[in-house]
Design a protein around this ligand. Structure first.
Ligand code: ACM
Length: 555
């Protein structure tokens, strides 16, 4: 076990003597490898959760402390049991407790955590109830996804030291009471652009971990763009061997094999997150044209592209081979993807105009439907004919968008990703070391203060499937860069997508978000210390990440 680096003495108050155990003080015992942490005796407030739960009923008389011999019991169901194992794996490193997972039918062992699958629970597909009483903890849900979200809430209610990868001596206190919770929108996502810069599978898995913490349930992967093609397609192998070998700035690029992609999909599914693959068409296709010039309008291979301009490339909409290519690629990606969605891009195809563009999109929409998948595309798809079930991802900055509103009237549903609120590649402030500002600066308040249900003019809340926070990576080259832009804004978008409007309150959110900082620090996660957030000044454990798993390079 690696040890936690000693905090600088100057950064810490003097250690307390043993008879003063109730202050937030970190002390280190010379003969121990584990850090001893004495924190305030009082647990967190029951409402200290991000995203804000629907209903919180504290019962201060019912605070409970996790005992070393606690058992996690779970309904006899494979998916629920997987959630129980996940919970045990979250809690074992810091507590050092064995936390065995047992079938709920085993003789009652009071004083533990019970995960109860109850189909009669009226909390929808993802809701849960969390009861903390003097007898222990019970999470109840109709689905394993609901149990999983309840577990994330439980995790946030434990002391921040629960995030330590090393054993900590702690009083694992939980605040008594009941939380009843369910999401406002069914689709809550983030997008990672793995085309402008390529990111290793391990980095993507860490991003999935961040989504799971905040109850996001979709990971959109922008798999193809001018600078690189990132997903193996057996029938067109040069897409990756040639088209995958570049990225912005001239680095080596890379791609996911089908096994890599399956690993991402499966890791996400274990966290109740659905992967949404995007093959961007007909524009943003230079990497495909480099590999297969017959797809290019002039049948001449363009040079590989490692810059950051957009809108210059397109596959030839007048050539039947293009539609064979599209059908082959989407067919293979659909076969790899258990989720219902196939994202076909459609943005910034500036050189494919009018009826040529809508005709292309309509053919591709039908290809997706014939594969049994639901079409998702950027809102530029709006003028193309409606196809049942199609979903438009709106990334505008001007809420007045009559073309999108008309597509919605014809039946399209909307994922809302306003460029000036939800684009996580925008800088926080002029001095943010990476990112862009074409849609404006997005500080945490800007990421939080908008309502997906009313944001796009003439689009009713019922037509809104949910929200998504895209992260484009022209300027992003490492996991630390990703985390810097994601945190703390991702929880803001997560709350906008999960929580009811009745709980929307900047001052309250700011305080709850502040409590996440020590958790990230303890877990070794990079984040932007946004000045508008009252981050606690009490000491936390700075943790070195396991560098075999992650890239913590700073820029
Ligand atoms: C986009 O930002 N081009 C969808």
């Amino acid at each position: 076990m690696s040890t936690i680096p000693s905090p600088s003495p100057a950064a810490l108050p003097a250690p307390l003597s043993a008879d003063e155990p109730d202050a937030g003080v970190l002390a280190r015992s010379a003969e121990q490898t584990a850090v001893t942490v004495l924190t305030a005796a009082a647990p967190h407030r029951l409402a200290d959760v991000v995203p804000a739960p629907r209903e919180v009923r504290p019962d201060p008389a019912a605070d409970w402390v996790l005992p070393a011999d606690a058992v996690i019991t779970v309904s006899a169901d494979p998916a629920a049991t997987a959630v129980a194992e996940h919970l045990a794996e979250l809690l074992r490193p810091a507590t050092g407790y064995p936390l065995p997972v047992a079938d709920a039918t085993t003789p009652d062992r009071a004083g533990g955590i019970a995960l109860v699958l109850d189909e009669a629970t009226d909390l929808g597909a993802e809701g849960y109830r969390l009861d903390i009483t003097t007898d222990g903890v019970r999470v109840t849900a109709a689905t394993a996804a609901g149990l999983f979200h309840g577990v994330q809430t439980l995790r946030q209610l434990l002391p921040a030291t629960i995030e330590s990868p090393n054993q900590v001596t702690e009083r694992w206190a939980l605040p008594g009471g009941t939380i009843t919770d369910a999401p406002r929108f069914p689709y809550r996502g983030a997008m990672l652009d793995v085309a402008r810069h390529f990111f290793a599978v391990e980095d993507v898995l860490r991003v999935i971990d961040h989504l799971a913490r905040y109850k996001l349930n979709h990971l959109h992967l922008h798999l193809t763009d001018d600078q690189g093609w990132r997903i193996a397609v057996d029938s067109w192998p040069k897409l990756t061997s040639v088209g995958g070998a570049t990225e912005v700035g001239g680095g080596p690029g890379g791609h996911y094999t089908k096994t890599d992609y399956a690993r991402i999909v499966s890791y996400a599914a274990d966290r109740h997150i659905t992967v949404v693959p995007e093959i961007d068409l007909p524009g943003h296709t230079n990497s495909a044209l480099v590999a297969y010039p017959e797809l290019a309008p002039d049948k001449i291979a363009p040079p590989p592209y490692t810059g950051t301009e957009v809108g210059f490339s397109y596959v030839d909409p007048a050539d039947e081979r293009t539609y064979d290519f599209v059908a082959d690629v989407l067919g293979e990606v659909a076969a790899l993807t258990p989720g219902p969605w196939l994202h076909i891009g459609g943005d910034e195809a500036f050189k494919v105009k009018g009826e040529v563009y809508t005709g292309f999109v309509e053919r591709v929409q039908r290809i997706v439907a014939d594969l049994g998948k639901t079409v998702v595309g950027w809102h530029q798809l709006a003028p193309a004919a409606h196809l049942d079930g199609r979903v438009l991802q709106w990334w505008g900055t001007d809420s007045a968008d009559p073309t999108t509103a008309e597509a919605v009237r014809q039946g399209a549903r909307l994922i809302v990703s306003p460029g000036n609120h939800a684009y996580l590649d925008m800088k926080y402030a002029p001095d943010t070391p990476i990112g862009h500002d074409w849609a404006g600066l997005i500080d945490v308040r800007k990421a939080y203060d908008w309502d997906p249900g009313t944001h796009v003019a003439d689009v009713p809340a019922e037509a809104v499937l949910g929200v998504e926070a895209p992260l484009w990576t022209e300027s992003v080259t490492s996991l630390a860069d990703i985390e810097l832009l994601l945190l703390p804004r991702l929880p803001a978008i997560a709350e906008v997508g999960w929580s009811t409007r009745a709980t929307h309150d900047w001052a309250d959110f700011r305080d709850r978000l502040a409590g996440q900082g020590p958790r990230w620090t303890t877990a070794g996660i990079t984040f932007h210390r946004a000045p508008e957030i009252p981050w606690p000044t009490t000491p936390v454990i700075p943790t070195q990440r396991d560098t075999t798993q992650t890239d913590t390079a700073a820029h």
